[in-house]
Each structure stands twice: as structure tokens, then as C-alpha cells.
Design a protein around this ligand. Structure first.
Ligand code: SF4
Length: 385
């Protein structure tokens, strides 16, 4: 992977408290033990994307600059970019009519999770200057799916319908005339596997998997003969492996083992940073903290999955977005329903209390530091940094 200078990005979002905890792993504050895993927070791809934005701001100073939508899934970082004068073309903060008026004077930044083929073609036709921050790890599933396509395989994507990365992968497959089906979970995979094994009808398959999962014109008789599995880079790695194994078993039962070579492919496209953060979060969960706070944007896929890791062995884990979530009621995202809820009596009363924290790949250290400070203050302790 190419190198780049992330000094400026890290400086902007640094936290002395987090730096200290990163070194030590844990710290006692009164009757609280604060713990951090060995790996958390900004990943290589996020550092790189934000460094590229700063380079572009210098290089194209004075020209209108736009993001297609979020650069990464963190509200704080996106707000900072808006404050620096970078506009949004899509999403909640879009400038009305800006997309239609784009021309050669404009600079458009493609986010770390890539963009659809349609968006890229549109930008090229409009003659804008494109700054493409797509993470090289996101290119991996794209390359793999093109290989599947060449071999005549349908791609099964372990991912989230509507997530920008998966939307980009789906659009790539469609643009090449291929087909895909997206499965989000083991439960959805079971629905697909059951159909492959001849245990259920097409209607059960269509209704048992989230809407939008099948490519347009998907023909279950034609498009499930040969399948190749990939993952959105930020999914739960253990679940991705289980999904690949379950589909392999289904095809073995349908076609027999000898036909697998011809009809089945599986390739792990989880990114290294996601894997490292999940492994480190699991190691901390295994020490049975009394509470686990997982900090990151509510639409951040890798953060959602860290919260699921944090729940290992029954540890109470909450996915929160920032320090504003901490109060008498804890605001958090429910890992099953995806709803934003408020939880009372969330801070265990026992003392001493062991509290673990981790942060998604798009969460700045500064934000994590504010959460830790907020927790300490809410628990009635005093932190000296
Ligand atoms: S989480 Fe992985 S794929 Fe996403 S930007 Fe970071 S390194 Fe790249």
C-alpha cells in the first residue's frame, strides 16, 4: 500500500487522554478502571482519505469543492469538512441544485467507500476534477467480483443494502451485465441456503431477504447455478466466514462435493483494519468488563459490528455516537433493530467498575477522548490528564 503523510489529520483529531490510554491499555481513575483495546479508531483508509482532502484543499484552493456525500461515516468529521467550505451533493446536507450545475471549475471528492458507476460516469461527463479517495481495501471486492463475472458466477455479497460500498459494488456488477444477491446476516443466508438445497420455494427466498437484495432481472433458476461470495469490507469477520461455509455446504448438498470447484467460490474481502479492531475488541470483551462503550457514527458499518463483538459473553455493550449520548439516559443504537434508543440505569452501580471503550475506524480520537471524559464525570470521578 502506498504511503502518505497523516500527521496533519492525526494532529487535528488528537486526544492526549487517548494517547496515554493507547500506550498503557488501562488506567485507574478513582474507582473506575478505564480500558482500551490494542487496536481501535481511525484506520489506514480513513487517514489516507482525510489527508487527500487536505492536499486537495491546498492544490485546488479557490475552486468550489464538493463531496458526493459523507467522506466517512462520522458526523463530526463531515461537519468539520462542511465548516471548511466543502459542500455536499447528496444526502441530508446537500446543496439544492448543486449536482445539476457541476462543471469544469468544480472539484468533487469521491469518499473512502467508493461511488457508483453511474455517479462516476456523471462526474466524468460533467468534466469536474475528481479526487478519488476510495480505499484500496474497497477495490479488493470490486476486483474479485469482476473475476467472478468473467467466470460466469453470480456474486453473493455479505453486506448491507444501501451502504455506499455495497451500492458501488452492486452498480459495478450491474454495469457489467452480471447479477448479485446481498445477504446481511446468517439468518438471511439460511433462507438462501434452504432455497439452494431445494427446501423452499422462490417466494420464501424473495420474502426472506431484505428488499433490494437482488439485482434487477434476477432469475433464481439461471443466476444461482454458480455463486461466488465476497464481503463488504467492514462486516463482522466471523459472520462472513460462517456465511461462506453455510453456502458452500448448501451447494455441496445440491450438487455434490465434486461439483464445488465448478460452482462455488469464496474470498475473504474483510479489510485488515476491521479485522484488527474486531479481534482487539473481542480480547477486551473476554476480560469481562462491567460496561463496554463503542463509539462511532450510527451509520458506520464497522462500528455497528464492533458493538456486536462487544456483546460477547454477555458484556453490556452500547453503540453511542459521542459525548452528547451520555446522561441520565444513555442514547445508543440498538444493535438488532437499528433504532436509536434511550436507556435508563445504564451505568452499573458496583464499584470498583471496569469500563472498556473502543471506537470505529471512522471515529476520531478526540471524540473518543470526550466520551471517556464524559463517562468519568457522569460517574462522579475526577480525571487529571
Ligand atoms: S475500514 Fe477498511 S476498507 Fe474502510 S476505509 Fe478503513 S481500511 Fe479502508
Amino acid at each position: 500500500m502506498a504511503t502518505f503523510d497523516n500527521t496533519e489529520v492525526r494532529q487535528t483529531y488528537r486526544s492526549t487522554l487517548v494517547e496515554e490510554l493507547r500506550e498503557s491499555g488501562s488506567r485507574l481513575v478513582g474507582e473506575l478502571e478505564l480500558m482500551l483495546p490494542q487496536s481501535f479508531g481511525f484506520c489506514w483508509g480513513v487517514d489516507r482519505a482525510l489527508a487527500m482532502v487536505e492536499d486537495a484543499r491546498r492544490e485546488y484552493k479557490g475552486r468550489p469543492m464538493w463531496l458526493i456525500s459523507s467522506i466517512i461515516h462520522n458526523p463530526r468529521v463531515n461537519a468539520d469538512l462542511r465548516a471548511k467550505g466543502i459542500g455536499f451533493l447528496k444526502g441530508n446536507f446537500a446543496t439544492e441544485g448543486a449536482l445539476e450545475k457541476l462543471g469544469s471549475k468544480d472539484v468533487v471528492i469521491v469518499p473512502a467507500f467508493s461511488a457508483t458507476v453511474e455517479d462516476m460516469n456523471d462526474l466524468r461527463e460533467r468534466g469536474v476534477t475528481i479526487v478519488d479517495t476510495t480505499c484500496p481495501w474497497v477495490i479488493k471486492p470490486h476486483k474479485r467480483t469482476l473475476k467472478y463475472l468473467k467466470e460466469g458466477f453470480t456474486t453473493v455479497i455479505h453486506g448491507t443494502v444501501g451502504h455506499e460500498e455495497t451500492a458501488a459494488t452492486c452498480s459495478l456488477i450491474e454495469s457489467e451485465g452480471g447479477h448479485y444477491v446481498v445477504v446481511y446476516s446468517i439468518e438471511e443466508t439460511e433462507v438462501l441456503a434452504s432455497f439452494l438445497e431445494g427446501q423452499s420455494e422462490e417466494a420464501a427466498l424473495r420474502s426472506g431477504i431484505q428488499e433490494g437484495s437482488f439485482s434487477p432481472g434476477f432469475d433464481v433458476a439461471r443466476d444461482l447455478k454458480q455463486i461466488g461470495v465476497i464481503n463488504q469490507t467492514t462486516m463482522l469477520a466471523s459472520e462472513s466466514r460462517a456465511i461462506g461455509d453455510r453456502l458452500k455446504l448448501a451447494l455441496t448438498r445440491r450438487d455434490n462435493e465434486a461439483a464445488l470447484e465448478q460452482n462455488f467460490r469464496d474470498f475473504d474481502t474483510i479489510c485488515r483494519a476491521t479485522q484488527d479492531n474486531q479481534d482487539a475488541a473481542a480480547a477486551v470483551a473476554d476480560t469481562q468488563p462491567d460496561l463496554y462503550l463503542v463509539v462511532g457514527g450510527y451509520d458506520s458499518s464497522n462500528t455497528k459490528n464492533l458493538a456486536r463483538v462487544g456483546r460477547r459473553l454477555g458484556v453490556p455493550a452500547f453503540h453511542i455516537e459521542g459525548p452528547h449520548c451520555i446522561g441520565e439516559k444513555l442514547q445508543h443504537r440498538d444493535r438488532t433493530s437499528g433504532e436509536i434508543l434511550e436507556e435508563g440505569d445504564w451505568l452499573p452501580s458496583k464499584r470498583p467498575l471496569r469500563v472498556a471503550f473502543t471506537a470505529g475506524a471512522s471515529t476520531p480520537d478526540a471524540l473518543l477522548g470526550e466520551v471517556i471524559e464524559g463517562l468519568v464525570a457522569f460517574a462522579g470521578e475526577t480525571l487529571v490528564v
